[in-house]
Design a protein around this ligand. Structure first.
Ligand SMILES: [Zn+2]
Length: 138
């Protein structure tokens, strides 16, 4: 299955790094912004894959739209080369992730679009610093 990858201006944060992967044989696509977490995907449901493209109706598509997310994060585990990425739809999603962070996660970089600016936070480092500050104060 072939696709065309483009970098476009993000409809949410207006940064130029928004990733669009368009599958020209099926019309499926995914758009994801590494700066704010904007995410839109349109894929044909597995149960509809046997249909002709021209016979597809709206209910044959799985559409996910996260137009104004809380942010996006990328994490890397100890010894790993690859990063895992994902959008935090809400603040609760982000807090859940931080609370349930595996000890194996060595780096967690969170990027958010707040008041017209991109704010990037190194969560693990910030957490270590706050522990150090607490230990100095006590
Ligand atoms: Zn964006």
């Amino acid at each position: 299955m072939g696709s065309v990858i483009n970098y476009i201006e993000c409809p949410n944060c207006k940064q130029p790094n928004c990733f669009n992967d368009y599958y020209y044989n099926t019309g499926e696509e995914v758009t994801n912004c590494p700066d704010c977490g904007y995410y839109v995907s349109m894929f044909i449901k597995e149960s509809s894959r046997e249909k002709n493209l021209s016979d597809l109706v709206e209910s044959d598509w799985d559409v996910v739209e996260i137009l104004h997310p809380y942010g996006t994060g990328r994490a890397r585990c100890k010894g790993a080369i690859n990063w895992s990425e994902g959008t935090f739809k809400t603040k609760e999603d982000f807090l859940w992730m931080v609370e349930n962070l595996s000890v194996e996660v060595e780096e967690l970089i969170v990027s958010r679009f707040v008041d017209g600016k991109i704010i990037v936070t190194d969560v693990i480092r910030q957490r270590k610093l706050s522990k150090i500050i607490k230990s100095i104060k006590s």
